[in-house]
Design a protein around this ligand. Structure first.
Ligand code: MN
Length: 257
């Protein structure tokens, strides 16, 4: 029996709903800013080549200029030193980019404490309530941070000590990396590590542990409040950049209406 007609029928009738979890991509899209002496990627920009004019009288087209890790994007294993022999973004198996979404809502905690870190016991409590992760799961951490996604300043939330955005403890990062059922982790913030992730051991433990264990990260997600804790599926669609360490990605959720 083919399952495709049922899927398409459910989408057509509206009994399955698609939610776009992607931030728009433009020059003002908030991005990570590394401190000196590190070098930053370029922001996204469009360079018009023709606009129904002499260089192209019947068409409009443009060059895009962008860093890999800009806007809603995926981190591939080769992004981190611990995953340097792993998949680039083009070689991530497509089956790993579809999966069940486990949505952990810690927006109240992140509002009360912008440096909130998710720990192992939080995940264990979620699994005790909703059931253990299914194979291919993407853990999506809801923090409410998407409400700042149109402001570079609010999104990064930096003071003289650096950025203050929620994330994960080093213990949780290592524990998640060891969870066979997980394909990856998605967050609403600019990176999969907390704003103060450099101060943890190892520095940036989510990058270190997850990418070193062939799991993937997606950042700058939006609209997670529309997803149930369990029962939605997500689709992550990065560009297959050969040798790429990441790519802007379109991320969709499918859920029962
Ligand atoms: Mn990245």
């Amino acid at each position: 029996m083919s399952l495709i007609p049922s899927l398409l029928g459910a989408l057509g009738s509206g009994s399955l709903r698609i939610v776009d979890l992607t931030n728009t991509l433009q020059a003002s899209t908030p991005v990570l800013r590394l401190p000196e002496p590190f070098e930053n990627l370029i922001d996204f920009s469009l360079e018009t080549v023709s606009e129904y004019d002499k260089p192209g009288p019947f068409w409009k087209h443009a060059n895009i200029h962008t860093g890999e890790h800009i806007g809603t994007h995926i981190d591939a294993p080769v992004h981190w030193i611990s995953g340097r022999d792993g998949h680039d973004v083009a070689s991530i198996p497509p089956a790993r980019l579809f999966g069940p979404a486990a949505v952990l809502d810690f927006s109240a905690e992140a509002e009360a404490d912008n440096d909130f870190l998710l720990d192992v016991h939080h995940v264990e409590a979620w699994e005790a309530e909703h059931g253990a992760f299914e194979p291919g799961t993407w853990l999506l951490l809801r923090t409410g941070w998407d409400r700042y996604a149109d402001s570079q300043e609010a999104f990064i939330n930096a003071d003289e000590n650096g950025s203050h955005t929620p994330g994960f403890t080093a213990e949780c990062a290592e524990w998640l990396a060891g969870r066979e059922e997980l394909s990856g982790v998605g967050v609403e913030t600019v990176g999969i590590d907390a704003g103060r992730g450099a101060e943890l051991d190892p520095p940036f433990p989510m990058h270190y542990h997850l990418l070193g264990a062939d799991k993937y990260g997606i950042t700058s997600l939006q609209h997670l409040e529309q997803l149930p804790p369990k029962g939605a599926a997500i689709v992550v669609a990065p560009l297959p950049i050969v040798g790429g360490t990441g790519s802007p990605a379109r991320v969709f959720a499918l859920l029962d209406a």
